[in-house]
Design a protein around this ligand. Structure first.
Ligand code: PRP
Ligand code: URA
Length: 215
């Protein structure tokens, strides 16, 4: 994982497997089935990185030979919060590593004219203040959706929030960090810029459409 001095709060997951899979994901000829599998696999590899500093508590274990001390992840259950729709593609990969995590949902879509997020659904587990949240969305473009999702979680009491995406634009990273400087961002790539119509360049296109075949 690497950090860049001019983008504080952004960690880039540079693992070769992630970069290899991301290149296939970007390819316009990659079909929906493969696209979905790759988002799932990259999310799992990113979950490994984004949870590397989780606290541990000691626990007793009886091996077949003797009693020893093991370790278990401490604290309340983690909560994954996919931003609908495209964030859904990252949930199962993450859950494969942390099957006991709870799953909340934030429904947001970008208005095509204004590029501002419109919210239509919100549901997270109770006792938000005691939990660690991971917001999942493949794309961080203008940052409007990410900012809205974090604001909504904070309004419900969440204080520990991380944002995981596959491709980020510099504009989105700056906006999210400027509005919510406490939220760490994990991404597989930091791309060049946003197009005039709000697409990430070079990007991978419309993540939701490619994931669900609605192009
Ligand atoms: C995409 C993407 C993000 C958002 C990013 O969703 O999955 O949620 O755009 O753009 P932003 O950073 O400029 O807000 P979209 O609005 O296309 O909805 P969808 O997932 O339902 O297709
Ligand atoms: N949302 C997407 O799905 N793709 C982009 O490039 C920007 C926003």
């Amino acid at each position: 994982m690497t950090t860049t001095p001019d983008m504080p709060g952004l960690s880039l997951v540079r693992h070769p497997l992630v970069q290899h899979k991301l290149a296939i994901l970007r390819n316009r000829d990659t079909p929906t089935k493969i696209f979905k599998e790759l988002v799932d696999e990259i999310a799992m590899l990113m979950a490994y990185e984004a949870t590397a500093d989780l606290g541990l508590d000691p626990c007793d274990v009886e091996t077949p030979l003797e009693r020893t001390v093991g370790a278990k992840v401490s604290g309340k259950k983690l909560v994954l919060v996919p931003i609908l729709r495209a964030g859904l593609g990252m949930v199962d990969g993450f859950l494969r590593l942390i099957p006991s995590a709870r799953v909340g949902h934030v429904g947001l879509y970008r208005d095509h004219e204004t590029l501002e997020p419109v919210d239509y659904y919100f549901k997270i587990p109770a006792n938000a203040e005691e939990r660690q949240f991971f917001i999942l969305d493949p794309m961080l473009a203008t940052g409007g959706s990410a900012v809205a999702a974090v604001s909504r979680l904070k309004a419900s009491g969440a204080t520990r929030i991380r944002f995981l995406c596959l491709v980020a634009a510099p504009e989105g990273v700056r906006r999210l960090r400027a509005t919510h400087p406490d939220v760490e961002i994990f991404s597989a790539a930091l791309d060049r810029e946003l197009s005039a119509s709000g697409y990430i360049l070079p990007g991978l296109g419309d993540a939701g459409d490619r994931l669900f075949g609605t192009r």
